[in-house]
Design a protein around this ligand. Structure first.
Ligand code: ZN
Length: 182
């Protein structure tokens, strides 16, 4: 690595450290055990939905994407709405969608059934809105229940399955059959 490379690496470490300090401060201001926020932080840092069990608490984060587009200026942004649930409870679900899913625990895709609509409540719900245009992450406490539709309902159902049964049940891709069409 040349001198400039070392300089860039130092700059990155500095920025990452400064971000982490600010992140810890904002979490401390919420006055709850720090581990509660882990799934939300994973969603911010690495993307996707997350779930984990920690100190007899079930925790999950569900990410919703919302693209705003200005037809006149031809510019927009994809907002990320991340919902953090402590001890999520499934209130209701509707519909059955057959779909393929891949889980980070297992790379083989599986056929699963998910609800199209789903309502979840939790002991504590926090919403993070990540705005890529403003480069800000807004945090807001919410009162449940929260309704999810489509991709978010699939994601929430997937994470609740992890929390309640650990692994995801489904039919593997190798049970499918290719058909050559005329
Ligand atoms: Zn999974």
């Amino acid at each position: 690595m040349n001198f400039y490379g070392v300089f860039l690496k130092q700059e990155k470490v500095k920025k990452l450290l400064s971000f982490t300090i600010k992140e810890n401060n904002v979490i401390r201001a919420l006055k709850l055990p720090q581990e509660i926020f882990l799934p939300l932080l994973f969603s911010v840092h690495y993307g996707g939905d997350w779930s984990l069990k920690k100190n007899s608490k079930k925790l999950m984060s569900i990410k919703e994407k919302l693209t705003k587009y200005d037809e006149n200026r031809k510019v927009g942004c994809t907002l990320e709405l991340i919902y953090l649930f402590v001890n999520p409870v499934l209130v209701s679900e509707e519909g059955k969608i057959y779909r393929m899913e891949k889980c980070s625990n297992n790379n083989e895709r599986k056929l699963v059934e998910r609800p199209y609509k789903l309502t979840i409540n939790g002991e504590y719900i926090l919403k993070a809105t990540l705005d890529p245009k403003k480069m800000k992450i807004f945090l807001k406490r919410l009162e449940g229940p929260i309704n999810f539709l489509g991709p978010c309902a699939y994601g929430a159902s997937h994470e609740i399955e992890h929390l309640n049964h650990d692994s995801i049940k489904g039919v593997p891709f190798y049970d499918f059959e290719y058909i050559l069409e005329e």
